[in-house]
Structure formats: C-alpha cells, structure tokens
Unconditional design. Structure first.
Length: 246
C-alpha cells in the first residue's frame, strides 16, 4: 500500500512506542523516514527492519533538547532524500506528582523535551517548509491536556502548550504552505510510564496501560491518515483513545 508516495518524514522519539510504530506504518505506506532519538541501537534495528521490508530509512542520534541535533535531523532528510515533507514531533517524557512535591527537575525535563523539543523542530523545519512551499508539522500531544487530572499538571501543561503553539502557527500560516496536526492519544501501551520514578505510581500506570491501553499502531494509523490527505486538506486535531477510557 503506497498511499504516501514519495513523502519524506522525520520523526523524533522514533526509538520506541508511538514513534517506532509510526515509522513502520509510514514506511510501509511508501514514505522515506528519518528516525531520531537518543538510543541509536534501537533506531538501527528499526531502520534495518524497514529496509528489509523494502522501505527507506535513515537514522540519526538526536536529543530534542539540543537545537543542533534537531537541525541535523532535518538536514539529514534534505541531504539524503532532497526534501522534508513532514516533521513528526513525537519525543516526550512523562513524570507524575502533585505540584506541591516541587519536583522542579522533573518539571524542567518535561518542558525541555515536550515543549522546547517541539520548538526546536519548528525552528529547524519551518525555513525548509517555506523554501519548498510545502510542509506539515505533526505533534503528539495528549488527552492529559484535554481532561486534566491531579499529578499531571506539568505534563498536561506542556502538551497544551504545544497544542496552542500549533494552532497559533496554523493561524499565522494560512497561505497554504503549512499544515499542522495535533494528535491527542489516550492510554497507549508503550514504555512511557516505565520511566516513572515512584514505584507505586509506576506499577499503577503500567497496570492501567496493560489493561486499558490501545497499541501504538492505532496512533500510527491516525498519523498516517493526517499525512496522506491532499495538500489542501488539513486534519487539525485527532483524539484517539481506548473506547473504555473515561
Ligand atoms: P515511549 O517512552 O515509548 O517513547 C518516547 C520516545 O521519546 C522514545 O523514542 C524516546 O527515545 C524519546 N525521547 C525521550 N526523551 C528524548 C530526548 N531528549 N530527545 C529525543 N527523544 C527523546 O513513549 P510513547 O511512545 O508513549 O511516547 C511518544 C509520545 O506520545 C510522547 O510525546 C508522549 O508524551 C505521547 N503520549 C503518549 C501516551 C501514552 O499513553 N503512551 C498518551 C499521550 C501522549 P530515546 O529515549 O531513545 O531518546
């Protein structure tokens, strides 16, 4: 199924979960994918699988908190494939705790990856999109930003900040050059909550993921749907959650 033709798509946070599933889905639909994350062993294995299945993939170590890394990711797409059609700003971290715990390091980590990382992507790709006369920003935000719950204030805040950012960018770019899409997943079975520090919270979140979560391939298909629309059609927001999620 080649519904994406010759599109070139760079994906941050492509080493696991939603990013990896998106890379597989888009490559299977004909896109050339440029994979960024910090764990390059994972990226290499993913790229090898894509190439084995007849797809096109490039790999680059890219920590989204470093602007130069994200610029290099975009540059790799242009150098290797001649253009960049879509940047999927997907890299993210989640830490949960009541605000009163004052986990300032965790707040900063989420701001740096979830918000600053997306801004670095916009800074890197927007000039390329403008030069080409076409480009598409897709970001992975969250239902946490739509239905705020205790312990997720800063995580939800970063996701809502990105949602706001993309909407403003959309309104500033109505000349048809740019498309923006915010994907809001609910519970998705990935490694996201495996990184929670508190063992109790980690176990609870892992249990919720295991019993309720949908597979990352479902989110990947939603991303593919947004990308494969004709150039004059913009899918602005997609919310995708388990049917049993409250
Ligand atoms: P994973 O933990 O499986 O994936 C997170 C990805 O982000 C990894 O590839 C990781 O790669 C990457 N990442 C983390 N920090 C950095 C960094 N500094 N620079 C570059 N990459 C980084 O979780 P998910 O697949 O679930 O998460 C993907 C996105 O989806 C996130 O933005 C998350 O907030 C969002 N989301 C997830 C939901 C869920 O229920 N799973 C629900 C709603 C939104 P590496 O460590 O190799 O750098």
């Amino acid at each position: 199924m080649s519904t994406l033709g010759s599109k070139v798509v760079a994906i941050t946070g492509a080493s696991s979960g939603i990013g990896a599933a998106t890379a597989l889905e888009l490559a299977a639909r004909g896109a050339a994918v440029v994979l960024g994350a910090r764990r390059t062993d994972r990226l290499d294995a993913l790229a090898a699988r894509i190439r084995d299945e007849g797809g096109r993939a490039e790999v680059l170590a890219a920590d989204v908190t470093r602007r130069a890394d994200v610029e290099a990711l975009v540059a790799r797409a242009v150098d290797r494939f001649g253009r960049l059609d879509v940047l999927v700003g997907n890299a993210g971290v989640a830490r949960t705790a009541p605000v009163a715990d004052l986990d300032v390091d965790d707040w900063n980590a989420m701001i740096d990856v979830n918000l600053r990382g997306v801004l670095h992507g916009i800074a890197a790709a927007l000039p390329v999109f403008r030069r080409q006369g076409r480009g598409h920003f897709v970001t992975t935000v969250s239902t946490s930003g739509l239905k705020v719950v205790p312990t997720q204030a800063v995580y939800a805040g970063t996701k809502n900040a990105v949602r706001t950012l993309l909407e403003a960018l959309r309104q500033e770019s109505t000349d048809g050059v740019l498309r923006t899409t915010s994907i809001s997943p609910g519970f998705v079975r990935t490694e996201l909550v495996d990184h929670l520090d508190d063992p109790g919270q980690r176990a609870q979140a892992q249990e919720a993921m295991a019993t309720l979560g949908i597979g990352p391939d479902a989110v990947a298909r939603a991303i593919a749907f947004a990308i494969e629309q004709p150039d004059d059609v913009e899918i602005g927001d997609i919310t995708i959650r388990p049917a049993r999620q409250g």
